[in-house]
Design a protein around this ligand. Structure first.
Ligand code: HEM
Length: 425
């Protein structure tokens, strides 16, 4: 037997349709069936290696073995990420671009974001009080978009703000879709890139001014390793790489709201933040609910790992959903239990809903901001709002990528309680 034959192999011409059908469970289901952390299959007409778990995650983030350029399909770049953006860079070019993103994430700037976000929740809730019913998903995307624009220096036009927030959301909605949902995401991206490219050009021409510590300023005037400004379209794409994922936190707000609804015993604990309850609840929401299904990279040169052969150019997928539900890492992984985080040691390769490793690698630049934004939003829901949750379908299908309940979380009879939310995180 050659080393290669040790890797379980699916005998299939191509499994792309099964990937769409099984969605988040595609890799994990096969890992369970074959009792393996790694297997070979064929996807998008080419051989692919799928793997999951802590060791596999650590391997995936070894930049001497894997690269991102050429690994992200164009259809994902044209909808979700933007073509040739940070997600596709490697080596020094990536490190330099990543420093630009991380420079926006100082504690001071994150606190400023949390404050803007609290204002937006308060303003939105005052509007909701006058309505019979709202849909939390769209509403939270809009309020996150407003906070993201104010924080990033992007102008808000009241006439178009909801449309622009929906466009940000549609780019995310497109990633695991074929047909109309995917096409809508591409159209949304084209419109948004055109809008923000014009804005970047205005900033450069001095026709519009923004503070120097904003993302808009950073993207407009960033210089690459050759000391050149980014192409205006690329600056717009990277600015979208700030605003779009902030809007996407609306999905986690909905997941947190579902968790609160299905486990009402946590509401008071969350409001009072007994222990570090808010932090545990947020971490469990990010671990438990499906958002990113897997990540892709490509093998730089032949190597072996635990007796498995990796050949140059092979596409490799890391199972994100399966790793956050791996029974080797999480006791009773399919039970929602925030207290599990009381004794979690904070490893870089187990809780990986937003990628693993360090922030100098490809791990999500906005992870701290996401956690802060969820703490603000969930505290607001638990402490400041009274609401009813009418009968609706809150089920999440693992074959819909990205996952979202059909009803998008409807809330009724919303009122504001006389309780102040905390000023710090
Ligand atoms: C809504 C919740 C979010 C989820 C589920 C999420 C998830 C992820 C994942 C899985 C990655 C890829 C990691 C990798 O390739 O190894 C990533 C990368 C990234 N995220 Fe997030 N993210 C979220 C929020 C944010 C926010 C709020 C921001 C910015 C404010 C952000 C900015 C980025 C950037 C710039 C990258 C590319 C990093 C790189 O390639 O070096 N994300 N995110």
């Amino acid at each position: 037997m050659t080393q290669n034959e040790q890797t379980p192999q699916e005998h299939t011409l191509d499994n792309s349709l099964a990937l769409l059908k099984d969605g988040y469970d595609f890799i994990f289901k096969r890992r369970r069936e074959m009792d393996t952390e790694i297997f070979r299959t064929r996807l998008l007409g080419q051989p692919a290696i799928c793997m999951g778990g802590k060791d596999a995650a650590e391997l995936f983030y070894d930049t001497t073995k894997f690269k991102r350029s050429g690994a992200i399909p164009k259809r994902i770049q044209k909808s979700l990420f933007g073509v040739d953006a940070i997600q596709t860079l490697d080596g020094d070019a990536h490190r330099h671009r990543k420093m630009l993103f991380m420079s926006l994430m100082s504690r001071e700037r994150l606190d400023a974001f949390a404050e803007l976000l609290r204002e937006e929740w308060e303003a939105a809730a005052r509007r909701w009080e006058k309505l019979d019913e709202i849909e939390l998903f769209g509403e939270s995307q809009e309020l996150l978009h407003r906070a993201a624009c104010r924080w990033s220096g992007v102008p808000i036009d009241e006439k178009t703000v909801r449309q622009k927030a929906d466009d940000m959301g549609d780019m995310v909605e497109a990633f695991g879709a074929v047909g109309p949902r995917h096409a809508a995401g591409r159209r949304a991206r084209r419109r948004t890139e055109e809008w923000l490219e014009g804005f970047i050009l205005d900033l450069r021409a001095g026709e519009f001014k923004v503070p120097e510590d904003t993302a808009a300023y950073a993207m407009a005037f960033h210089r690459d390793l050759q000391n050149r400004e980014l192409d205006a379209r690329m600056a717009a794409i990277e600015l979208i790489n700030i605003v779009r994922p902030i809007v996407a936190i609306g999905r986690y707000v909905v997941f947190g709201a579902i968790a609160l609804h299905e486990h009402p015993q946590y509401r008071e604990k969350l409001a009072a933040d007994e222990g570090k309850y808010r932090q545990w609840f947020v971490q469990e929401t990010r671990r438990f609910y499906p958002f990113t299904p897997f990540l892709g990279a490509s093998v730089i040169h032949d190597f072996q790992w635990k007796g498995h052969e990796f050949e140059e150019g092979t596409m490799v997928l890391l199972d994100i959903y399966g790793t956050t539900h791996d029974p080797k890492l999480w006791e009773n992984p399919d039970v929602f239990r925030p207290e599990r985080f009381e004794h979690w040691d904070g490893g870089p390769f187990d809780l990986i809903p937003q990628g693993g490793g360090g922030y100098d690698g490809h791990r999500c630049a906005g992870e701290w901001l996401t956690i802060d934004a969820m703490r603000v939003g969930l505290e607001f829901l638990a402490k400041r709002l009274d609401y009813e949750v009418p009968e609706q379908d809150l089920g999440l299908s693992l074959s819909r990528m990205p996952a979202l309940p059909e009803s998008r979380f409807k809330m009724r009879n919303i009122g504001l309680k006389n309780e102040a939310v905390s000023a710090d995180l």
